[in-house]
Design a protein around this ligand. Structure first.
Ligand code: NDP
Length: 244
């Protein structure tokens, strides 16, 4: 379904980003991924992409470094020939008492989640053509904060709602869509389904279960595909009912 297309997925070395990269490759896209430190794991994901018959590329790009992000877009285009799909997924999970949050925490979190997504969308927009897709990865905590300690995280993720809507308007005239996927509790190293907070998080869901990274990847793949050509500027929540 995505044959001949090229995707760039940030934070593709593990977790949700790796699942998205694998899924887009399985649908026929060539996929570049970025990572922060996990070069070996990024290369392993690229090996899986290649095993699926697609071309793959791993690019180190610290999300606070705007120049590195722009270079990642340019390297994707120069190596894989074009860019059709951008997935802004790389993220961190700052958590703790409000009074302990430092200005450095605020700046770093907003840089990784909000500024990086803006910079990448702007850089990608120079290359995307009719049918292009931008998918941002938010969080169900942008819609409903279920417990204390998440103010900074939810601030940075809810900003993506405005980014997504603005992009939909800016790029709609060119036939490019922009959407936001809000995962709920998803079983990754960031939030293991057997971690210390897992029982409480599961209790907030309607379905009494965590999401799997593949659940998020399936929705991203739909938004990247032709069936979603008239979905833009909106948010889709994949959270087993946490926000229900
Ligand atoms: P993981 O911690 O499993 O993976 C994070 C990914 O982001 C890795 O590829 C990591 O690279 C990359 N990354 C982290 N920091 C940076 C940085 N400074 N610069 C560049 N890349 C970076 O997280 P998840 O897969 O769980 O999360 C993916 C996205 O989904 C995030 O945006 C997160 O906020 C969101 N999300 C996750 C939920 C969950 O329950 N898991 C719930 C709601 C939203 P490296 O491997 O090199 O460190």
């Amino acid at each position: 379904m995505l044959d001949g297309q090229v995707a760039l997925v940030t934070g593709g070395s593990r977790g949700i980003g790796a699942a998205i990269a694998r899924r887009l490759a399985a649908e026929g896209a060539d996929v570049a991924i970025t990572y922060h430190r996990a070069a070996e794991r990024a290369n392993a994901v690229v090996a899986e992409i290649k095993a699926a018959g697609a071309r793959g590329l791993a690019i180190p790009a610290e999300a606070t470094d705007a120049a590195a992000l722009t270079q990642a877009v340019e390297l994707t285009v120069s190596t894989l020939g074009r860019l059709d799909i951008l997935v802004n997924n790389a993220g961190i999970a700052p958590y703790g008492p409000l009074e302990d949050v430092t200005l450095a925490d605020v700046d770093r979190t907003l840089a990784i989640h909000t500024r990086a997504s803006f910079v990448l969308a702007q850089a990608a927009a120079r290359h995307l053509t009719e049918g292009g897709r931008i998918v941002n990865i938010g969080s169900s905590l942008a819609e409903r904060v279920t417990s204390p300690g998440w103010t900074l995280y939810s601030t940075s993720k809810s900003a993506l709602i405005g980014l997504t809507k603005g992009l939909a308007r800016d790029l709609g005239p060119r036939g490019i869509t922009a959407n936001l996927v809000h995962p709920g509790s998803t079983d990754t190293e960031m939030n293991p389904a057997d971690g210390p907070d897992a029982a409480a998080e599961r209790a907030h869901t309607a379905l009494d279960r965590y999401c799997d990274p593949d659940d998020i990847a399936a929705t991203v793949a739909h938004l990247a595909g032709p069936g979603a050509r008239n979905i833009t500027g909106t948010s889709i929540t994949v959270d087993a009912g946490t926000t229900a």
